[in-house]
Write a protein that binds this ligand. Structure first.
Ligand SMILES: [Zn+2]
Length: 249
């Protein structure tokens, strides 16, 4: 593992100062790779926080272009960016956040064919699902599980959101939601309050930093549920489904 330079010690000093976040945690963070799928409402705050905090390498994946209706909540993009590539614009902005980390990107729509190749090529310590599409969620769950890659799964819609971190010690997305996978609502059809994605994105970043820096899963076996209208946060326990086709046997 490579150590921290003087510039990095200064840049991350407010984290290293923490009682339970020592130099070792910061070095582990520097030597870790996060693959972020989706640079929309959730992907923006997640990637911004991880870039600033010093995750050593970020690999960004998206296929979309920036739309006028994205500007209400997607914090990496400005008015002049409408029509431009999301992943390329995000890459450029994140570079301006922190020049001390490595950033790369793949501009593609993930499929059952290209995802395993991408995971093998990038070799991430954590995949962070920031999409709002069930078929991609299901694809990420199956591929991550097959290759033993931890998956931080997030969703935000309306004023509600949820977060779970699936590792080989826990069940998977399919254990929780079944093969059909819950309802296929998207922000485009159901709407989303601007703050919801930042709340969920920030909490997902907290889980990612803990996992990559300290090597612990603070929500092992739990689904975190946020209800913005009542400002309520709830944890629901879930177990591995012994019959789950994605993660058992
Ligand atoms: Zn499972």
């Amino acid at each position: 593992m490579s150590a921290l330079t003087d510039k990095e010690l200064l840049r991350y000093s407010r984290q290293i100062l923490l009682d339970d976040w020592d130099l070792e945690a910061q070095i582990r963070l520097k030597n870790s790779t996060a693959l972020i799928v989706g640079l929309g409402g959730l992907g923006c705050p997640v990637s911004q926080i991880l870039a600033r905090a010093g995750v050593g390498r970020l690999h960004l994946v998206d296929f979309d272009v920036i739309d006028e209706s994205n500007l209400q909540r997607q914090t990496l993009f400005f008015e002049a960016d409408v029509g431009k590539s999301k992943v390329k614009t995000a890459h450029k902005r994140l570079r301006e956040h922190n020049e001390l980390i490595a950033i790369d990107h793949t501009e593609t729509k993930l499929t059952a064919e290209n995802l395993p190749k991408l995971l093998t090529q990038v070799s991430p310590d954590l995949v962070i699902d920031c999409t709002d599409n069930f078929s991609v969620r299901d694809l990420l769950n199956k591929s991550c599980r097959a290759l033993g890659v931890p998956l931080l799964s997030n969703s935000a819609i309306g004023e509600v959101g949820q977060i779970a971190l699936f590792t080989k010690e826990t069940g998977c997305y399919q254990c929780l939601f079944g093969e059909e996978g819950g309802d296929e609502q998207t922000c485009a059809t159901s709407g989303v309050l601007a703050s919801t994605v930042s709340v969920i994105g920030s909490m997902a970043a907290q889980v990612a930093l803990d996992f990559l820096g300290r090597g612990r899963n603070p929500i092992a076996g739990k689904l975190v549920l946020w209800q913005g209208r009542t400002m309520t946060l709830r944890n629901v326990q879930f177990a591995q489904d012994e019959l789950c086709a994605a993660c058992s046997g």
